[in-house]
Every structure is written in structure tokens, then in C-alpha cells.
Write a protein that binds this ligand. Structure first.
Ligand code: FNR
Length: 190
């Protein structure tokens, strides 16, 4: 694979459609090595914890983001915004001040929903965070998948060819985006 992509899934539940979508996205390409980052065990961000050596899970998570070429967010929408687990992971990776592991990392966003709106609110609230984090976020193709439950079978495979094709196109465009925007490893902050 050309690039290492850390995938951040905004849902912690076992049967998550976001996670299924993340897996389906990674199956569409050999150019990207996609790994899902576990974020459910990250302690809630609290600046006090930085003082005497941050929690081990924070350190490991920050290292994983640092070692990746890009970040792919696959998320549902909670109350028209991003789920708390995802926001917490973003907050953890963004600190200490001046040492954000996200800075300049190319990003892609896919939002999903069991409802009709496709996670538009979450998708765009997330974009607001990425502006502040100085992550170049791919703008198109946009992917908002509404009524997500109807696209997967019991094995987590996509049943609709047009949807699979959309995911393939997204990942091809994302590969080009990473190619144009990633920092060479030697240029990254330690
Ligand atoms: C939701 N859901 C939801 N859907 C939506 O389209 N807009 C929303 O604002 C919300 N809000 C919301 C809040 C909370 C707390 C939950 C648990 C759910 C429904 C959501 O789309 C659905 O549960 C998805 O299946 C969640 O994604 P995963 O867990 O399947 O990845």
C-alpha cells in the first residue's frame, strides 16, 4: 500500500454501521492500508492528566496518529453533531498545545445515518474541528449515507453495487488527496 490511514469510527457499539462502512471502504482499495483506531477506552480529556505523564492510552493513540499518513473519519450523527467518543479522541490528539498529532494530516470524512439526513450535521461539525486542527480535509466527493441499514447484509457486505462504487470512488479520490497533501515522514514533528 502507498499510505497508512488511521480510521476513526464515531461509534463504539458492536453492530455499528459506521464500523461496517469503514471496513467496506478499506476493502475497495489496495493503495491504502487502513487500520481502525480504538477510541472507546481513551479517558475523557482533562488537562490535569498531562501533568504527571498522560494516560498510557492517550500516549498510544497519539503515537498511532503520528505514524499515519492520513486520517479517515467514519461517523454517525448524534443529535445533529459528532458523537462524544469521537470528539474526545480529537481533543486527546490535539493536545498538549502546540503538539497536536493531527496538524497537517490529510483527512477524509464519511457520515452515515439510519435516518434520512445522512449525518450531514455531524459531517459538517467535524469539518469545523478540522479547520482549527489545520487538517486538509477532502471536500469531494462528499459521502453522506442515509438509511444505512438497507445497504448491508448479515455479513457486513454491501448489497447495492452503486453504493460500493461510490465508496470506491471516494477512496480513489482520497488516495489522490493524500498524495497531494501528506507530509513526508522526515518532515513531521517528533
Ligand atoms: C442517534 N441517531 C441519529 N441519527 C441521525 O441521523 N441524526 C441524529 O441526530 C441522531 N442522533 C442520535 C443520537 C444518539 C445518542 C444515538 C444513539 C443515535 C441514530 C443513528 O443514526 C443510529 O443509531 C446509527 O445506527 C448510529 O451509528 P452506528 O452505531 O450504527 O455506527
Amino acid at each position: 500500500p502507498k499510505f497508512k490511514v488511521l480510521v476513526m469510527v464515531g461509534s463504539l457499539r458492536t453492530g455499528s454501521f459506521s464500523r461496517m462502512t469503514a471496513r467496506a471502504l478499506s476493502r475497495t482499495t489496495d493503495a491504502l492500508e487502513c487500520e481502525i483506531a480504538e477510541i472507546g477506552m481513551l479517558p475523557l480529556y482533562n488537562e490535569d492528566l498531562e501533568k504527571e505523564g498522560p494516560p498510557q492510552d492517550w500516549i498510544a493513540f497519539r503515537d498511532r496518529v503520528r505514524a499515519s499518513d492520513a486520517v479517515l473519519f467514519v461517523t454517525p450523527e448524534y443529535n445533529r453533531s459528532i458523537p462524544g467518543c469521537l470528539k474526545n479522541a480529537i481533543d486527546v490528539g490535539s493536545r498538549p498545545y502546540g503538539k497536536s498529532v493531527f496538524e497537517k494530516k490529510p483527512a477524509g470524512i464519511v457520515s452515515i445515518s439510519t435516518g434520512a439526513v445522512g449525518g450531514f450535521g455531524a459531517n459538517h461539525h467535524l469539518r469545523q474541528c478540522l479547520v482549527f486542527l489545520d487538517m486538509p480535509a477532502m471536500q469531494g466527493p462528499e459521502v453522506y449515507i442515509a438509511n444505512i441499514a438497507k445497504y448491508f447484509d448479515d455479513q457486513g457486505k454491501i448489497t447495492v453495487p452503486e453504493t460500493e462504487e461510490l465508496l470506491r470512488k471516494f477512496m480513489a479520490a482520497f488516495t489522490t488527496w493524500i498524495d497531494a497533501n501528506h507530509l513526508p515522514r522526515h518532515a513531521r514533528a517528533a
